[in-house]
Design a protein around this ligand. Structure first.
Ligand code: FE2
Length: 157
């Protein structure tokens, strides 16, 4: 039982780290995106970093409520995130930025899906409910970003 609790903490904290990195990465895209879709994507990336920030707060606060301690420094985010960032040293095409967001969301979606299973096993219905709701939101975002790229939601998985 104790181990399961620790695993639930770990899976939530991994998402805190991912969100910390993605929040900054979405700003990078928001600032540097160029091309005919500039206005659309500039705004969309802002919506995404706001969504990432709100959900990070929900996840971190749930983690505290169940006895955990969320990562709270940039160093910890970078050390523990599955999502990678890189300095903007050369132009990145708008489509490539969108494809990167899809890939990052898919990584998080898979980890959250594991979290849904784990919280089910641990009998933590409340955390499970939060993760299910969030997975719905991520799935929807993946669909829309894929549609922007002219692809089906699951294409290229
Ligand atoms: Fe802005």
């Amino acid at each position: 039982m104790q181990k399961t609790t620790i695993d639930v903490h770990g899976i939530l904290n991994k998402q805190v780290a991912n969100h910390g990195v993605l929040y900054t990465k979405m700003h990078q895209h928001h600032w540097f995106v160029q091309g005919p879709a500039f206005y659309t994507l500039h705004e969309k990336f802002e919506e995404i970093f706001q969504m990432v920030d709100e959900n990070n707060d929900l996840i971190a606060e749930r983690l505290i409520a169940i006895g955990g301690a969320p990562y709270s420094t940039l160093r910890e985010y970078l050390e523990h995130a599955s999502i990678e960032e890189k300095p903007y040293t050369k132009k990145i095409a708008a489509e490539e930025m969108v494809a990167t967001v899809v890939a990052d969301f898919r990584t998080m979606r898979d980890e959250i899906a594991e979290g849904i299973e784990l919280t089910g096993e641990a009998g933590d219905d409340v955390t499970q409910d939060m993760l299910i709701a969030y997975k719905t939101e991520i799935d929807k975002n993946i669909w829309m970003l894929q549609a922007f790229l002219g692809q089906d939601p699951l294409e290229g998985e």
